[in-house]
Write a protein that binds this ligand. Structure first.
Ligand code: PDD
Length: 284
């Protein structure tokens, strides 16, 4: 069935939606994006995603073409028009189109595109699976804190993982894990401490990460924000990832070595539960 999508002020059937071949998102990956999950037909942590969008746009000197309220309204309208109960809203904003030039054009009009995808989030919450990851050198650029659409290397890493019979990759810099290809990475030590890399330009500042760490602290769990190695992960009692579309998902093996029992663990299950509960309460 054809979706209704949003392009530069218009709601259109997906087959009629068009942008210029000169769009800088297409030519230079000169674009930023956000993925906001939907549960019960409502948006999860819209504010967190909007704040990160503002930060990404500021870092790239890219003017947002719409206000917070307008962007929220577009999200809601697309959820309504497409009857999304569970899924996501993808939003991409590029610097717009101009003759191909490395220099940013002065007066280009940003391109804004949004579309929805249906995903069975509830099933993921109710019947969580564990994923297997492999480690791969982190060869991405050094500004991973900006959520740009330069996703070719993460995409290559996912393909390498699949080829190796795994589900995803954890990226390694100077011997430590930065994050997953499209998620933040965590371990739970044998003494029950949740460890994840501290915020810096090395990783994306996950919206789910912020919520899960806050909820973990509120639940009196120990949290340490520091780098960890693959060896530490292999000796941990649990490992997991977070992202808007994965909530908290267990990692059951790293480079073929089982983590803990080799099954999704109780700390991850508890975090997923309290996070899902919070999402239901806060979604707008
Ligand atoms: N990815 N790290 C990277 C590199 C990511 O691409 C993402 C999100 C995250 C988690 O961020 P958040 O919790 O805000 O979703 C961490 C999105 C979901 C994607 O590209 O589909």
């Amino acid at each position: 069935m054809s979706r209704t999508v949003y392009v530069n002020g218009e709601y259109l059937p997906e087959e009629d939606a068009k942008i210029s071949i000169f769009d800088r998102g297409f030519l230079f990956a000169d674009a930023i994006y956000e993925v906001c999950s939907v549960i019960d037909g409502r948006l999860i942590d819209f504010e967190g995603h909007f704040q990160r969008l503002e930060r990404s746009s500021g870092e790239l000197d890219l003017n947002l073409p719409a206000s917070r309220d307008e962007i929220l309204e577009i999200h809601r309208e697309l959820v309504r028009l497409n009857g999304i109960q569970e899924g996501l809203v993808y939003m991409q904003i590029s610097r717009g189109s101009a003759d191909r030039d490395f220099v940013f054009p002065k007066d280009s009009k940003p391109t804004i595109v949004l579309f929805t995808q249906q995903i069975p989030l509830q099933e993921m919450i109710d019947r969580p699976k564990g994923i297997r990851v492999i480690s791969i050198d982190d060869l991405r650029w050094a500004r991973r804190d900006i959520k740009t659409v330069q996703l070719l290397y993460p995409s290559m890493c996912k393909m390498m993982a699949k080829k190796a019979g795994a589900d995803d990759a954890w990226l390694i810099q100077d011997g430590c894990v930065t994050e997953g290809t499209s998620n933040n990475a965590y371990i739970v030590t044998k003494s029950g401490t949740i460890v994840t890399r501290q915020l810096s330009n090395d990783i994306l500042h996950g919206v789910t990460r912020a919520a899960v760490l806050r909820l973990a602290r509120e639940a009196q769990m120990q949290v340490e924000e520091r780098p960890f190695t693959i060896e530490e992960a292999q000796n941990a009692s649990e490992a997991f990832i977070t992202s808007a579309t994965n909530f908290a998902t267990s990692v059951v093996s790293v480079d073929g070595i089982a983590i803990g029992s080799g099954k999704p663990g109780p700390v991850t299950a508890r975090l997923r539960e309290i996070y899902a509960e919070e999402c239901r309460r806060q979604a707008i």
